[in-house]
Ligand binder design. Sequence first.
Ligand SMILES: [Zn+2]
Ligand SMILES: [Zn+2]
Ligand SMILES: [Zn+2]
Length: 233
Amino acid sequence: MAHSCTVCGRPPVDRYIVSMHGEVTCARHHAREGCVLCGRPRDGGESGWSSFTATTARCPTCSHQAVDSQEEARRHIPAVRREMAALGIQLDQRVRVTLVEPDVINLGSPGLCLGRTLQRIEESVTDVLGIEIARGLTATHFGATVAHEIGHAWLAQRGARGLAKPLEEGLCELFSGAWLKRRGTEFARTMRRVALENPDPVYGAGYRMVRDAVVSHGIAVVLDSVCTRSRLP
Ligand SMILES: [Zn+2]
Ligand SMILES: [Zn+2]
Ligand SMILES: [Zn+2]
């Protein structure tokens, strides 16, 4: 390993931890909870860290790349919409994407929540009211989260109702993964791999289940089956 440690600056000896950015940190510095976005360990006094939610923090690398304002978000959103459209996921009605404080969307959620799609269900019609994305994500996390939430909005607009949670979240993870693949950076590749290896029974297992169905049947058949019969082919 040619890199030097983010804390002591020396090549790590023995055990070390590699963040999703590929930065290395000696395992012995691991004093506090690490970066919530890339997993980099945090040493007590290290500067450049910033808070994400009230109980989580971002490392200097992730903080530096943060999409912190609505203006910055607006610069990224058209490209995400374009790339999703190229994948065949285009919203019939445009849905507004707004940044919200990470604490607001994480109230009462067990894992870390980076985005959500607000819907109103009335009789048999689902209205998509908007997409909320946590403020302060890296541009890659931001794009992947917007892609995931556009997936929920698209399913709602197509009338896909009552999907099992692993199926709906797995599909949205697939959309997010497809966006990460198109982005083509090392960090995006790592994020996609982490999502595919996610042990979570809804998000990770759902993603692998949908991916396997796409490998067997193709994306068009899978999406048609989900939208018309609420299940995989
Ligand atoms: Zn070190
Ligand atoms: Zn980080
Ligand atoms: Zn979701």
